[in-house]
Design a protein around this ligand. Sequence first.
Ligand SMILES: N[C@@H](CCC(=O)N[C@@H](CS)C(=O)NCC(=O)O)C(=O)O
Length: 206
Amino acid sequence: MLTIHTFARGARGLRVMWLCEEMGLPYQVVVVPAPADETYRALNPLGSVPFLTDDNGVAINESVAMLLYIAQRQGPTPLLPANDDPLLARVLQMAVYSEASLGGLNPLIETLFTAPEQDKRNFTVLAIERRLEGALAYLEQLLGAGPFLCGERFTVADIAISTSLGMWRGALGKSLSEPLAAYQGRLAERPAQIRARDKQKRLTAA
Ligand SMILES: N[C@@H](CCC(=O)N[C@@H](CS)C(=O)NCC(=O)O)C(=O)O
């Protein structure tokens, strides 16, 4: 069975749970203590979450790789276009974009919560924010009239991107443009995301 190791409230772990819910796949979640302990580091020496294990011996970090792996391995699914589908390149681009071009989120969150007061708005923070604001503006252009990144077709790219928008908004308390906020709102209404969030709340409460 697919096993997702994640913090009880991990945003990127939710990304993978959400995909499993969209595809109707069985999966289990193992809650990792924060900060990661030695037992977890024996499994994932990087200590990051999420971490995915599968019965076939697969054991990987990187949440976007997990989305692509699960969609491909457990598919076919409309969430990941086939090799000969012209939409495939866009889906891969935007899935990677969520952690690459929108990839400065972690240092911003760490600085916000743990840096000394005089470092909270330092040069690096401002530079990362500027880059992210540019990446969000471009994202808005790509979304266009939507409703999803590939028009009417909902894909793994939407799962990946909306999770990053959630961290920008939730963890960092930043605002989104009206079109991006509406996009994120549309995705939050999907029954599969709601099921994944409910499952996550039960983990947190356990
Ligand atoms: N690019 C990685 C980022 C993983 C990541 O930074 N996860 C956070 C939690 S959402 C984390 O593990 N933070 C604690 C740490 O890095 O020690 C992914 O998409 O999985």
